[in-house]
Design a protein around this ligand. Structure first.
Ligand code: PMP
Ligand code: GLN
Length: 379
């Protein structure tokens, strides 16, 4: 077999979740909640299934869900996306990101990403024949170096992929960061793909800055989000994209032959569920309490906590506990201590290892307490 992706193995999330299961470890590796969504959401799915909404949805998604998305984006970020032409429902954010790249990146184009980078971006770009241009960010701040970005932008730059709130670093981009990006892309044909799947999980009163709210960026941005993170249903794999009409037209050319459309009763149920804005607006406080609980549980342990400003992830340094490389440390932690985490080197193409690992705190307090008990015993 002549591989299209010779350097790609199995995603770290599958590797670590499988190991956690084999070792019966507490799984704080792959990001997903260990608690259920609200019964009301399941009732709505059941309702629509029984009502006969079980055939293909419109290619771009069910109208009520597209309308609910457009209303939410307008309410939060002040930009009106046209329901007919500028909103598409996808099979999760992963498909949205992949489709955006496939639709817009030509062979030989350069795509700028910021490392540590979510693991699906690079392969999507390479499959499109694009060249990944990596801007390295460094612990503990992970701030973008805008003069380095300016130097990296050239005539072949087709796209810049960004992610705030950021997985795995739990950092947020500020309004100034978006301003910088807008200045650097002004007057170019560069498309920004903005992965905002953790848009509602931001802490300490600091707001999420969406490309939708930035006039200079909204016009060139394909914005991706996911219901999986917002409603505790990562396994449903439903997300959405908003983008200006010309970009969305290209996106849909690929989307229609990639998935065509997404699960009908689930879309209609989500449209009903979105009517209560508190469900997404309350998420920040809900996860901030979990973050604080987890951080308190690790206080006095041998782990050094990095800031967590958003997402449901907490980075820690383990240098006081071990000199192992981070992948080996995570393997050992899972097998011997019974807690699984993600090594941050997995988010660097060259495997850069800064001795930092990622825990997911989207868990019941009892799970977090049990994990912290084990982790505190380390020293
Ligand atoms: N982007 C980021 C940054 C993510 O963390 C995730 C979820 N792990 C995704 C995209 C994919 O989201 P989905 O499960 O909706 O495909
Ligand atoms: N995005 C999730 C994480 O970062 C995992 C999703 C996946 O397994 N692809 O853990």
């Amino acid at each position: 077999v002549v591989s299209r992706l010779p350097n790609v193995g199995t995603t770290i999330f599958t590797v670590m979740s499988r190991l956690a299961q084999e070792c019966d470890a507490i799984n704080l590796s792959q990001g997903f909640p260990d608690f259920n969504a609200e019964p009301e959401l399941f009732d709505r799915v059941h309702h629509w299934m029984k009502s006969g909404a079980n055939q293909y949805a419109p290619m771009a998604g069910c109208l009520p869900l597209r309308a609910a998305v457009a209303d939410k984006v307008a309410a939060l970020y002040g930009t009106l996306y046209d329901v007919e032409h500028e909103v598409t429902i996808t099979a999760g954010a992963t498909q949205a990101l992949f489709t955006a790249v496939a639709a817009l990146v030509h062979p030989g184009d350069e795509v700028i990403v910021f490392e540590p980078v979510y693991d699906s971006y690079g392969p999507a770009i390479e499959l499109a024949g694009g060249k990944v241009v990596r801007m390295g960010l460094t612990a503990p701040d992970y701030r973008p170096d805008w003069s380095a970005v300016a130097a990296a932008i050239g005539p072949r730059t087709r796209m810049i992929m960004i992610n705030s709130p950021h997985n795995p670093t739990a950092t947020l981009w500020s309004e100034e960061d978006l301003d910088q990006l807008a200045v650097l892309t002004a007057g170019t044909g560069i498309v920004v793909v903005s992965d905002e799947v953790y848009e509602h999980i931001v802490f300490d009163g600091v707001p999420h800055r969406s490309c939708a709210s930035h006039p200079g960026l909204a016009e060139r941005s394909v914005i991706v989000s996911s219901f999986g993170k917002t409603y505790h249903i990562t396994g449903w794999k439903v997300g959405y994209v908003v983008a200006p009409r010309a970009l969305m037209a290209e996106f849909r050319k690929v989307h229609q032959f990639n998935v065509f459309t997404v699960n009908t009763p689930v879309q209609l149920a989500l449209a009903d569920y979105m009517a209560d804005a508190q469900r997404h607006l309350g998420l920040a406080a809900f996860y901030q309490a979990k973050r604080d609980h987890f951080r308190a549980g690790l206080a006095g342990s041998g782990f050094e906590l990095l800031p967590s400003a958003g997402t449901y992830f907490q980075l820690v340094r383990y240098g006081k506990l071990s000199t192992l490389p981070d992948t080996q440390f995570c393997d050992w932690l899972t097998r011997e201590v019974g807690v699984a985490a993600i090594p941050v080197s997995a988010f660097f193409a060259d495997g850069r290892d800064e001795g930092v690992i990622r825990f997911c705190f989207a868990k019941n307090e009892a799970t977090l307490d049990a994990a912290c008990d084990r982790l505190r015993r380390l020293g």
